[in-house]
Design a protein around this ligand. Sequence first.
Ligand code: IPM
Ligand code: MN
Length: 353
Amino acid sequence: MKLNIALLAGDGIGPEVINEAVKVSDAIAKKFNHEIVWTPALTGACAIDAVGVPYPDETHEICMKADAVLFGAIGHPKYDNNPSAAVRPEQGLLLMRKKLGLFANVRPTFTFPSLIDNSPLKRERIEGTDLVFLRELTGGIYFGEKGRKDHGETAFDTCTYTRAEVQRLAKKGFELAMTRTKKLCCVDKANVLETSRLWRETVQAMEKDYPEVTVSYEFVDAVAMRLVQWPNSYDVLITENLFGDILTDEASVISGSMGLMPSASVGEHTSLYEPIHGSYPQATGLNIANPLATVLSAAMMFEDAFKLTAEAEAIRDVVNKSLEQGIVTEDLAIKGAKTYSTSEVGDWLVANL
Ligand code: IPM
Ligand code: MN
């Protein structure tokens, strides 16, 4: 099979982790007789530096023509402490999500048996955790009307949702729940927010179409707490954009390192696969970043975008093997044990596929 993939390495450690995911994907392609055509394109701070905008039209065209997008990370410290920057790398990511219609962000959190003791949470709390957040990605406060008034002394961001936006995300949640343990949690703040009441009302109305799915409705603050108390009590969770942003970072530490969790963004046009971690500026160029979240994102891509399940399984198996054998970057180091660089982990995965 011929796989046409847009490659958006982005900023910070993006290029380093993407490099390893490409090595592993190419090795899989060779093993299973596929041909991958990678088309690199600019996005983020590197695009601003090169052409003045964080998501150039040319990059968008490449993404639209591709069968899948593999994405690294964006962001640069020179923008973080400059609130008045006219263009920001993150705008590129938001624009890309919007223009590709990527309204659903699939963010799993699971544990690796060999890493249970790396988690800051106790073994008995997290064992068996296997949950998936479906975060709404193109609406809410991220995209609502925002601005300043009163000569700059007042700022506002508005959270807006339409019923249709909630329905299409919830539909994916119900469908995903049907393929798993048929448990769905709708996370909102319906005791305070009108948008949350629309979410709740919409999801409630959809329950009759999925009689086998048990739906719970929980407030976001309570979910934040229960997520570290009893993460293994959750299965599929659906939520709006900002709540999902915050809760998925929180959930990612359950596995032991943020450097492990992959994600997929899906919707109207080409799907995008990316690690949930950011650009990690402190590690840029040091060859120490954990490439596994990106490698596992490539596995999600093989499975979801190309329906190549055996290929995805082979990647997950070799990743598990590397963890069991302690071939890990320093974020996963057990005290005193040898650690490996980003590229050494990638080399080991390729050699052991
Ligand atoms: C994420 C990131 C982005 C977000 C930033 C970089 C805009 O934190 O993908 O979770 O807030 O969505
Ligand atoms: Mn985030």
